[in-house]
Design a binder for this molecule. Structure first.
Ligand code: SF4
Ligand code: SF4
Length: 114
């Protein structure tokens, strides 16, 4: 898959995303395993309204990268998930979730759930 120029985007495409039960469980585990300071620093960043609650503004990256939802990894590479900065990287047909979503991260699930 083609690389995307994500550095410097500061979470431009990181908004509310649908997540599955399994993804929710994995994210909960990840958050619980974080040192308290890391977790608090991530939680208390001042994000724009609409930016994903796990976007790490200070680090300019996903704050839960190893357990990010599948849709996040697919973003930019599929015709229905086009990157604003590099639309030509979307070389695959439409992305489809393999499992049913249980809700939307940042909307149905916020920091108090983790
Ligand atoms: S996928 Fe595209 S819009 Fe999203 S952070 Fe990367 S370059 Fe920016
Ligand atoms: S989980 Fe990570 S990659 Fe997905 S929207 Fe949130 S910050 Fe972005």
């Amino acid at each position: 898959m083609e690389n995307l120029p994500c550095q410097g985007c500061r979470g431009l495409c990181c908004g509310p995303v649908p997540i599955t039960e399994n993804e929710l469980v994995q994210i909960k585990k990840k958050i619980k395993s974080m040192p308290r300071r890391t977790r608090e620093e991530l939680e208390n960043q001042h994000r724009y309204f609409g930016t994903c609650i796990f976007y790490d503004l200070d680090g300019d990256r996903c704050g839960i990268h190893s357990v990010r939802p599948a849709i996040c990894g697919a973003f930019g590479h599929y015709e229905n998930l086009i990157c604003f900065r590099k639309p030509e990287a979307a070389s695959e047909a439409n992305w489809k979730a393999k499992e049913r979503a249980v809700g939307v991260l940042s909307v149905d699930f916020t920091w108090k759930d983790f």
